[in-house]
Design a protein around this ligand. Structure first.
Ligand code: ATP
Length: 134
């Protein structure tokens, strides 16, 4: 039985991280799920939110902008649209994105503008929430 999990998080732009960890908790589209070593294999979609993992006593947090996760007994691979480790998040930029999105939500003239602004707001909120955990 696997004792650790190799967690890889990649985006189209870069490898965000590759670490050996004890537990992963990820934002599945159907709800948050936890993975311990030896988990049965599955594949699922991720929503915008926070992924967290633990190595010994230390917990780390990553903002995930949606994507896919492949879970194997000794591996979790996340293919994310975009993702940033808490330390990488530019808080000033995320606050500006949140304000922009709130303005666009208030001024949206149709469902598409509303949905686009809402998605941008969710990304900014996820980044700010993760940045707070640093
Ligand atoms: P913005 O309007 O500030 O560009 P966004 O939500 O539209 O935000 P994305 O399209 O999700 O941005 O990401 C584009 C790229 O910018 C990705 O590489 C992502 O990791 C990076 N990125 C976006 N916002 C931040 C941030 N606040 N801090 C660090 N990197 C960020």
């Amino acid at each position: 039985m696997a004792e650790k999990i190799l967690l890889d998080i990649v985006t189209p732009e870069k490898r965000v991280l590759s670490e050996t960890v004890d537990i992963v908790v990820a934002p599945g589209e159907e709800g948050e799920f936890g993975v311990l070593p030896g988990h049965i294999p599955f594949l699922c979609k991720l929503k915008v939110g926070e992924l967290r993992f633990r190595v010994g006593q230390s917990a780390r947090h990553v903002a995930i902008m949606g994507g896919y996760a492949e879970v194997l007994p000794d591996r979790v691979t996340v293919l994310a649209t975009a993702a940033e480790d808490a330390a990488e998040i530019d808080v000033v930029r995320a606050k500006a994105a949140r304000e922009r999105a709130e303005r666009r939500l208030a001024e949206a003239r149709d469902a598409l503008e509303f949905a686009t602004a809402q998605a941008a707001l969710q990304r900014a909120i996820a980044r700010l929430k993760v940045a707070e955990k640093l």
